[in-house]
Design a protein around this ligand. Structure first.
Ligand code: PLP
Length: 431
């Protein structure tokens, strides 16, 4: 099921007022309802091609407005902030992939998260579970608190702390599993069950695994958010955000917020996300095959103090991860051993590019303490376990042998100044 229109958005009944209501998609682009197995659904989910011409791709509707056939009579679309057929196709697709009923597309992951947070009101309290993305923390801590929202940070892997955090009236919780950058696995089903008992909405940021590997709505979550900038787009060529959910009343409110605040995804970017999603399965399979091989290699190297990757049997939450998801994904973090120079490490990389972001075809490295998580105060960061020697790697689709050589070269550079130490003696212990 991939319906993307909320109740009450009947074009015949709604006034044509530059989009107070979201209009249904035109008859020319019917809802998909294509399910199929996961790899098939990525290609045929949502709205499959263009029924008007037979084009196998959804057209890019570069238009801001739509001709009306008479006063108050239009063909389902009246203004592109309110609705655009290319965006509708992507919204139907993410709804299908997340096994939800409704989808919404935004100009960035942060725009999607901001829209979801706009569901709440002054005095409402949100629980942030574990290491949420730094930008998510920042928008709540520095913007939404100015409008009276309050928040608490709780450890999702500690049941007592979690129950304590939710003991005070709380409207919603937000969790990422695996967490960023330490890959912390949280029990989404258990958390959602606890939240439902307390009347708390469960919001899951599914950016790191995508619906190909994990479907939080099936596990009991209420709302799924994505930075589609990452694996869904997949090519580091766009910024986008998506939301999926099944509850009609919540979807109505979110469509209203999307239209009222206007942070919508442009038609061309909507098309590019659809195009990215078509190859998501093959890309994710390769991302995690490469990541698993490198995580195993790094874990056996004495120059590395610790590897954080949910695909390693020694990782926190390994069994849970295998139960609730279809794979560990393609992101791992590495803490260099004592004496390792993270600056030298990062600057010696040749194929793995030092850059923000993740989920593209190319491998990227980032330094969470000064990049993705810089907006989190240092003491909070330290409490979270994000040290200065921690490097996060988004493993791409390159030949894994080249990536291994790249990491080996970077590790040599990191310990070049520590010659003769126990760690440098272990250089290249395992290839
Ligand atoms: C887990 C997660 N959620 C949300 C975001 C924000 O997405 P965007 O950069 O598309 O606004 C990011 C960005 O890195 C992220 O990693």
């Amino acid at each position: 099921m991939s319906g993307t229109q909320p109740a009450g958005a009947d074009a015949a009944q709604s006034p044509s007022t530059d989009g107070d209501m979201r209009m249904p998609p035109p008859g020319a682009l019917p809802q998909g309802g294509h399910q199929g197995r996961p790899l098939t659904q990525l290609i045929h989910g949502g709205i499959d091609g263009d029924p008007l011409t037979g084009a196998v791709n959804v057209p890019v509707y570069l238009t801001s407005t739509y001709k009306q056939d008479g006063l108050g009579r239009h063909r389902g679309y009246e203004y592109s902030r309110t609705g655009n057929p290319t965006r509708t196709a992507l919204e139907a697709l993410i709804a299908d992939l997340e096994h939800g009923r409704f989808g919404l597309a935004f100009a960035s992951g942060m725009a999607a998260i901001t829209a979801v947070l706009s569901l709440f009101s002054q005095g409402d309290r949100i629980a942030l579970l574990g290491n949420v993305y730094g930008g998510t923390f920042r928008v709540i801590d520095q913007i939404f608190t100015r409008f009276g929202l309050t928040y608490v940070v709780a450890d999702p892997t500690d049941d007592v702390a979690l129950k304590e955090a939710l003991a005070a009236p709380t409207k919603a919780l937000l969790v990422e599993s695996p967490g960023n950058p330490l890959g912390t696995v949280s029990d989404i089903g258990h958390i959602a069950e606890l939240a439902h008992r307390l009347g708390v909405l469960t919001i899951v940021d599914n950016t790191f695994l995508t619906p190909y590997l994990q479907r939080p709505l099936d596990l009991g979550a209420d709302i799924v958010v994505h930075s589609a900038t990452k694996y869904l787009g997949g090519h580091s060529d766009l910024v986008a955000g998506l939301v999926a959910l099944s509850d009609q009343a919540l979807a109505d409110r979110l469509y209203f917020i999307q239209n009222a605040t206007g942070g919508v995804l442009a038609p061309l970017d909507s098309y590019l996300v659809i195009r990215g999603i078509r190859t998501l399965g093959v890309r994710m399979d390769r991302h995690q095959a490469n990541a698993t091989a490198l995580a195993e290699w790094l874990a056996a190297d004495r120059r590395v103090a610790r590897v954080y990757y949910p695909g390693l049997p020694t990782a926190q939450g390994y069994d849970l991860q295998r139960r609730q998801a279809d794979g560990p994904g393609g992101v791992l973090s590495v803490e260099l051993a004592d004496g390792g120079d993270h600056v030298a490490f990062l600057e010696a990389l040749r194929y793995i590019t030092l850059a923000e972001s993740l989920g593209g075809v190319e491998s990227l490295a980032c330094h969470p303490a000064t990049m993705t998580h810089a907006s989190i105060p240092a003491p909070v960061r330290a409490q979270m376990g994000i040290s200065d020697r921690l490097v996060r790697l988004s493993i791409g689709l390159e030949d894994v042998a080249d990536l291994r050589e790249d990491l080996d070269r970077a590790l040599m550079a990191a310990f070049a100044g520590a010659a003769g130490s126990a760690v440098s003696d272990g250089v290249g212990a395992v290839r």
